[in-house]
Design a protein around this ligand. Sequence first.
Ligand code: ARG
Ligand code: ZN
Length: 871
Amino acid sequence: AAIHLKDYAPPRWRILSVDLCFVLDPEDTRVRSRLTLVRNGQAEAPLQLNGQDLVLHHIRLDDRPLQPGDYHLEGETLTLHDLPERCELSLETGIAPAANTALEGLYVSGGNFCTQCEAEGFRRITWFLDRPDVMAVYTVRIEADKARYPVLLSNGNLTDSGDLPEGRHFAVWHDPFPKPSYLFALVAGDLVCRRDGFTTRTGREVDLRIYVQRHNLDKCDHAMRSLQASMGWDEDTFGREYDLDIYMIVAVDDFNMGAMENKGLNVFNSKYVLARPDTATDDDFVAIESVIAHEYFHNWSGNRVTCRDWFQLSLKEGLTVFRDQEFTADQSLRAVKRIQDVQRLRTLQFPEDAGPMAHPVRPQSYIEINNFYTMTVYEKGAEVVRMIQTLLGREGFRRGLDLYFDRHDGQAVTTDDFVKAMEDANARDLSRFRRWYDQAGTPLLEATGTHDPETATYRLTVRQSCLPTKGQPEKLPLHIPLVMALLDARGREIPLRLEGEDSAVAGERTLELTAPTHVFVFQDVPELPVPSLLRGFSAPVNLRFPYTDAQLAFLMAHDTDDFNRWEAGQQFALKVLQGLIEAVQAGQPLMLDARFAQAFGQVLANGALDAALVAEALTLPGEGYLAEQMAVVDVDAIHQARQFLRQALGAALGDRFRAVYEATAGAQGMDATAMGRRRLCNLCLAYLCASGEAEAVALARTHYGSADNMTDAMGALRALLDCPGEARDQALAHFEARWRDDPLVLDKWFGLQAMDAAPGALDRVRGLMSHPGFSIRNPNRVRAVLGTFAMANPVHFHALDGSGHGLITDSVLELDALNPQIAARLVTSLSRWRRFDEERQGSMRRCLERIVAHPGLSRDVYEVASRSLDG
Ligand code: ARG
Ligand code: ZN
């Protein structure tokens, strides 16, 4: 049964306040709730509460016990008729947190209690109007055994606590801010906390606490510093200040997603909290900083102003991702951050938008909302917000955001309300721009340029189009900001004057596309320029411009936009790789393109560039991105072509790689500069190892042996992955022995082997699944082994005999009975079956059919599998 945006209706009842009392027990927790209800609107309407897997023990209306005939309990709905306009409903429900393997609602992780209520987990705790437009004030009392659960936490401020008979104790928390149920949180357990503070710009002293298991207390410093930096940044950048006296973060090992922004009590996947330089890579440090920031920023973009319904999810997620991206850009190198975000968008969101799960940033319907926490809602949603900033300018965007928060503080609103605030604060019309929220699919921009020496003009023609997606056969033109410049033969930006304008403006400009085709005629352009288009990736589109190899090499060396310099290299590499793929398919010998190798070598030798930027420039497009560019995906040819190019570049430029390796090795510290040097150093090592020389293997062995941080240790292991032999086996065995008791570190070891393209991958993955450190109940383990195999080992996942598909299908069905959310994520790896050759199509289709036919399938998996089959 699908739910549709067009069917939205306001709630017929409101809940003014909620009193909850939890008597905690892993097998039978009692939840007593007292709801103060008022009718919303005139019509006589029954009260219909949501509940799932609950045992109803008592129910009272205004202190009068109700009998089974007084209410109606059917499926996941509890209905009460003929209620007075205002009343109090008291319920006692029983739940079994230890048996909750779905990790939604109240569950047990590592012996401690925790919750995950977004999107619809609260209904697994008690009967409620579990929808985001019902906001209430919560008071929560928690009672538990004091020795086993010394720490008792919920949202807001602690108002009371004390001991109870029989070794038990209690705590009472009150959250003064009305909130939707999805922001409720409770944590109880044997935890310790790292404390610090933050003083807001108006002088509020905020108590900051990060709760972890005792043995992890020495891994909280980075998370704490990240939290403090986020709080300062949101004040400085967007004028947003924190609003409670306490902010708590709890790290748990079993968590479906990254983290959750519950008011005043964030619950995090421990992967995004715990870090020490010897246990976490530089990328982990950056990811932790960004997730901490993301959840903190939600306090305004999500909690103070929330979503009316789940179709509006991108209202808070797209905006908050945009905010965390900007934060990270300010903490490090902006261009590097932009490059990484675009890579992520292209390799994960573009395929989603081109496949059977394609949906608009604001979906129109869903069966299971958990399936819509997607790259489209999050990352494309962030791109849509970024385009608004590009169109309005930074100041205009800030004005719009201020108006949005002023206008809607304490409300549950829509993406339309957001755009309206942006329009009103800037006197702009964004009506055509709104289509970005409703149209699925990645637009294509086809640009061409012609130069006329007679008139000294340059005509730039840009055509936009978008392929149909399911349910949207006809696409309307979008409002697209195209940031561009024209470069002269020396790489300088030509001042730009369009036909009809009086004077030329130096530097780049933003062209606004609103129609299917535009022609821009630039004046006073004496010679053929090289256009630098879509600078900074100013819109989430595919751009085609018929550049020659020479022009791409020129842009790689001279474009004044850092992002586009990188992009030129990627486009050049893509052309070269496409040629190699064709050669593999035709059985021809593979050859290294000399011009490409030269351009590549020049970047490597360019001492003026930041190391992190060099490393990005020298990273070849991934196999997934290459697959996207093919009419029929050929995983083997892609892998062979890319491996050949890595090997050939490693061999041709070996001396330079070696020199840069030596120059960057041994970087100390955790600042962006040191991280950039480590990245480049490990990249050089990987190319050297790809060349297959014995010396390189010895170098990697030394690199591993002398690594005093996880980035270098992993860099060495990754490089060795290409070099079967003793060095590799020894390093992997050493790593396992060293880290077998640290699950987050062991996940890295699982992941490395799951992505290993050497023969025998299937047996290796089976072996990992029976490793003592593996558990199908833990989402991080499942992602490390099965997720990595399905997403990052295409050659073996798509093995012609169907064995890879079969393994994932078996795992999906096993997982579905435990954790449907995680199972559904894994099914997406099969969804693009139509992109492959006939044999693989057949194998994937049969797997999807096997899944859909499985008795007792969850809604989550059913939705993804069935959409994939008919999409
Ligand atoms: N709101 C969280 C975040 O973006 C994501 C939680 C979603 N969880 C879920 N089970 N759907 O930070
Ligand atoms: Zn979020």
